[in-house]
Design a protein around this ligand. Sequence first.
Ligand code: ADP
Ligand code: ZN
Length: 805
Amino acid sequence: MLTDQAQFPKDLLPSAIPSLMSDPLDEFENMPPADKGQQPGHQKQEELFETAPPPWELAVQDDVATATIVFSEAPHGPYDYRIPDEMRDDLKPGMRVKVPLGHRKKAMIGWCTETKMGSSASRTLRDVSEVLDDDPLCDAHLVRLVMWMSHYYQAPAGQVFDTLIPSSVRSNAGTRERTYFKLTRRDIEDELIESLPPKQQQAIRFLIMSGRPMTSAQVMIGADCTISPIKSLEKKGLVVSEARREMATSTPMRWQLDDGETETKHELTDDQSVALGKIKDAVDAEEGKALLLHGVTGSGKTEVYIRAIEHVVKFGRSAIVLVPEISLTPQTRGRFERRFEGVAVLHSQMTPAERHFQWQRIRRNEVQVVIGPRSAVFAPLPRLGLIILDEEHDGSFKQGTAPRYHARKVAHARAMSLKIPIILGTATPSLESWHACSTGHADLISMPSRVGNRPMPDVQLVDLKNRDDRTSGAISRPLHQAVVDTLEENGQIILLLNRRGFATTIQCPSCGHVVSCPDCDMPLTHHRDGGKAVCHYCDYTIGTPPWCPACRFDGIRYGGLGTQRLEVEVKSRFPGAKVARMDSDTMRRPGSHQKVLSAFRSGEINILLGTQMIAKGLDFPNVLLVGVINADSALHFPDFRAAERTFGLVTQVAGRTGRGDRGGRVIVQTFSPEHPAIQAASRHDYEQFAHDEMNARRKFNYPPLGSVARIIIRGGVEEVTESTAESLVRHFESARDKLGHEVRILGPAPPPMSKLKGKYRFHILLQAVASGPLGEVIRTATDKFVIPEKDDVQYVVDIDPMEML
Ligand code: ADP
Ligand code: ZN
């Protein structure tokens, strides 16, 4: 049985979280003392108040109730405030308050992280002005999670609170305040009632009769009166009004379940039974445990998740299933919604009212399963029993803006603190999770074969260096022939090209000029629809120039291949086939994803082409051919994860075929067929890939063998930005020397994207064997590092960065 989890075990976070991403030595990360954890540029408590308190005020501070408050904007705190007596019972950690701050006229909204008796501040504390929430928006466990994230990711706690609690919840989206009238006492004497004017008599009799609070409109209709008799009754003290917040609409529309499938409860395969058994054991053991479910594509991982959740639900517990946003297809949703009564699906296209509604349902324990992308890791399920990350290797689990958290790391921390298992499911484990298995931080569960012993699809590599196979277009001869054959057999085809747009460079053949974004210095991509040239980093858009803007030569060339150009080529090569394109340009409207997929399922579409959107999760038995147009596109990135990404993408998309009885094949076009990542992917050999890749990373202590942090410095003036970066490096060096930690500091250097959205950028990389000392060096260095406002330079700290652009 599972224990009650309302009480967060105090000793578990953050001091005892075994870290997934790091060395076992680094298992215990120490929480900083209370005065640490300050963000760059923070003012200290003392600086906000000018005068020293008289000594007699210091003496009374022991019996003063204080609240520690943090803010999402600078200065972030934490600062202590006095809790006025009348608020002592109401204010709890995880609630929002209004407090005075510095010399500001308006009270500021802050988050309460702690309440206690006594104050360590040497000044008189200011009072909390108002408590904004009736109940904490974060329970004690989530408050601890906030504090851990703030420490680990070096982000202000207030900002982390704002990330945990959606803005739609903070703003009460989709609700309205209604005024209710009720009697002040039950036993109002008949004589008193009879002495009232007739309309007031009618109103009060109606309230007595209804026996519960009524809105003014209800009373006015029920008692056939205007508002004034009700107001008079209020003045006489017979009736009081109270404001209540209610959902404006009853139930926001649920996603329609229309994926054209029916659910059959399968008998588990042997592999599935073994996997499920191990997961159940972990649930029953009530110990936090990470389980890596390494199952090849088509091995039936989803069925294992569902059974595991059923086991947890039996005990009145609930589960979170995290999926990459793009694999949140109707098909995935359908599988869960058919098997559980209370499923909340969170996705990016929800309205604020819907999001708020779902959040309230989740918190009221009306939901058994929450499915969503990254941020669903914060779902406030009161009796959480299991967390699952499907496609755990996926890059979208890392947030690209502050706080730059990784949902796997956060999910792991949450699971460990609740003593519940976390399941990491994938066909291509991240090296972090793979490594965690070899250091004893996670248990490996393997499902090496497909359901029904279907063979893995045959993968053929086409060497694009070979002139005989090449054509003038994007599709090689062997791929062309394979498409023709597949269409003849009435099979369906998926073609992957990981670049959207028509042409990825616009270059003048005469002078060599490349049309680039003035703000990002990156080549613009030509989009045929509307003749636009678009920056894929900031959305800067111009009409595509008909001649070279530099030398006026009028034969400007569109080079490089995007999905739009591929679509044109495919349509002209295979005129009889129905073709659909799926990328973020064609999938802008809500529901468009679903529409294309159901047309593909029904066989209306023969060829589906698109970006990585089509590489994940789709399960269509009639897909007999998958073509990868250019496997090298992710390979030559200046990033130590390039090979891992390439292996993952090729393996994932290859997994979309061979799912039915008719088998399937894969054709991968590449200029580097000998590359180990592509070789391993063509043989479906994850272990070989992981082995080679770990050896490559060991040379430089790259993650998961060491920890990395990246500091990005950006500013409007190149020289000032660079000198700020240099001075930051000196701070890191002196912090490192002072602390005596072994930390490698690289940079500053301009990253591949040296200019973005009009700002110059530099970055610094810090590397160490363990994340603890690395974090400490950054914290120590940035604590006192203040950039003059006139310099207009900002920097961000990215712990465990996933990209180096
Ligand atoms: P994965 O997520 O591992 O790629 P899926 O969960 O998509 O695999 O399962 C692949 C297919 O096999 C699905 O169509 C699923 O319904 C089916 N399936 C899963 N488990 C079983 C089983 N025990 N018996 C028969 N079919 C199964
Ligand atoms: Zn740009």
